[in-house]
Design a protein around this ligand. Structure first.
Ligand code: URP
Ligand code: ZN
Ligand code: ZN
Length: 485
């Protein structure tokens, strides 16, 4: 099946220009002026619209077993909701339980993901350490296309990594040319603060942000970055939510260290007043980690994105319905952590970013798609509109307005954190590897059509990581002379 998208404005991370896009089968065949429609091709008129690469959400958790329950969104419903919002690829997380074999966990997630409607890939979490984990990192990187490993510095007594594990894993990632990704919160501090706050009688959702202040994130972010600096590995901070963490990223980048940062759409536009909602259920729906922050952090995050200190946007889509949140009715520490938004990221970013002049359309494409493809080494297969790229394409209508609501969203959750927000700029048509999966406000996704995307390691690129002390080769000293031995 061929599709010719005619008359639109192509927007990539690099440029914005008038061109047609020809899709043959699952790939883009040509991008250029006045392309001819092959016999039998479907012709889409994109006059007045933008043609952009499908969004890549580098941080989702479909059907994640977590905090005694399982996230309600599965790989089919999740990738379908993503498509409704213009996202055509998600990078989800394999998270082994402590002592569980990494390969076993990876196989579980691969099985669950078989129902995905759009393409996907996996970061794999390092949640404990021994030689088998090291071996499995090698196997995943060399045989299964995994080039990123996740480290949770929070969630003590569950999936938290201590410094020893961080160091072992970072060293292994360096050997492999893989990227280390980080959930930066000091889990020891969170644990202590949670107890203190609970002991003071604060048991509701408002206790959640009190136990995870910005300093807790800033400390962990800086520690991870410094460990990476010493070992000479690149790092990628997921869900950077506050000034404290952003300052560490900024300092390191200005010193030439290869540090990447991701921000969640929700952290850009929602503040911590949500925890003071008089309705427990509503407040509990905003319990995620790191928590929503005071407004000054949002302003800083926008600037970080504009300045290029933050490269990617994500959602950390992790759905828990009201009955699941009820597990923490009497104790905020037991509220399953997670919020949804895979469907709304692009529209929120366009409305609050592009329409306000903070981002150009090209910067929007970079932040929602191309930068993730580049960082996770799948560009230009993904994140690009080039001959040979996968035909993950969105016809974006900058004038289409929608009011976000649980009543109309496609996410499998009974709440929407953006409820009532009017957003202008929405997908008119989403195409996933050549198949129209969203048009006329109707989903046409096909269960199981999504494919696993291999992400090769890049040892050459990562090994160019600058190390502050790299010029100084370790030298033994001759004690009699004080000179190099
Ligand atoms: O609260 C969150 N973010 N839940 C999902 C797990 C994680 O930390 O990313
Ligand atoms: Zn996290
Ligand atoms: Zn997450």
């Amino acid at each position: 099946m061929s599709i010719l998208i005619r008359g639109g404005t192509v927007v990539t991370a690099e440029a914005e220009y008038q061109a047609d896009v020809l899709i043959e089968g699952e790939t883009i065949a040509a991008v250029g002026p006045d392309l001819q429609a092959p016999q039998g091709a479907r012709v889409i008129d994109a006059t007045g619209k933008y043609i952009i690469p499908g969004g890549i959400d580098p941080h989702t958790h479909f059907e994640l077993p977590f905090m005694g329950t399982v996230a309600s969104e599965d790989f089919f419903t999740g990738t379908s909701a993503a498509a409704a919002g213009g996202t055509t690829m998600c990078i989800d997380f394999v998270i082994p339980s402590p002592q569980q074999s990494m390969m076993e966990a990876y196989k579980n997630w691969m099985g669950w993901a078989e129902k995905a409607a759009c393409d996907y890939s996996f970061h794999v979490a390092v949640t404990w350490w021994d030689d088998s984990v090291k071996q499995d990192m090698h196997t995943l990187a060399t045989e299964h296309g995994v080039n990123s490993f996740k480290h949770f510095m929070a969630y003590k007594n569950a999936i938290m990594c201590d410094d020893e594990t961080l160091v072992n894993s970072f060293k292994t990632a360096k050997e492999l040319g893989a990227l280390c990704t980080i959930h930066a919160e000091n889990g020891e501090l969170v644990h202590v603060l949670q107890q203190e706050i609970f002991d003071k009688g604060i048991t509701g959702p408002e206790g959640h942000p009190l136990s995870r202040p910005p300093e807790v994130e800033g400390e962990a972010a800086n520690r991870a970055i410094r460990i990476a600096e010493v070992l000479g590995v690149p790092v990628y901070l997921v869900h950077t939510s506050c000034i404290d963490a952003l300052e560490s990223v900024t300092r390191a980048r200005l010193e030439g260290q290869r540090v990447y940062a991701e921000v969640l759409a929700q952290h850009l536009v929602i503040d911590d007043s949500v925890y003071r909602n008089t309705d427990w259920d509503t407040a509990a729906h905003y319990v995620m980690s790191p928590p929503f922050r005071a407004k000054e952090h949002q302003a800083a995050l926008w600037k970080g994105l504009q300045a290029g200190m933050i490269q990617t946007t994500a959602t950390d889509h992790c759905c828990f319905c009201s009955p699941q949140k009820q597990a923490g009715k009497d104790d905020f520490r037991k509220i399953p952590n997670g919020t949804a938004g895979v469907e709304d990221r692009l529209a929120v970013l366009w409305h609050h970013g592009v329409r306000t002049g903070k981002l150009t359309p090209s910067e929007f494409v970079a932040a929602t798609s191309s930068n993730a493809a580049k960082i996770f080494n799948i560009f230009p297969k993904k994140g690009a509109l080039m001959a040979g790229s996968d035909a993950d394409v969105v016809v974006w209508d900058p004038n289409k307005t929608r009011t976000i609501s649980v009543d109309t969203h496609h996410q499998n959750i009974d709440f929407n954190i953006y409820e009532g927000m009017e957003v202008t700029g929405n997908p008119a048509i989403t195409i996933s590897r050549g198949l129209v999966v969203w048009e006329n406000d109707t989903l046409k996704t096909v269960r199981g059509r999504g494919q696993y995307v291999d992400r090769p390691c890049n040892a050459e690129f990562w090994s160019s990581q600058r190390k502050r002390n790299e010029a100084a080769e370790p030298t033994k000293v001759d004690r009699s002379s004080g000179e190099p031995a």
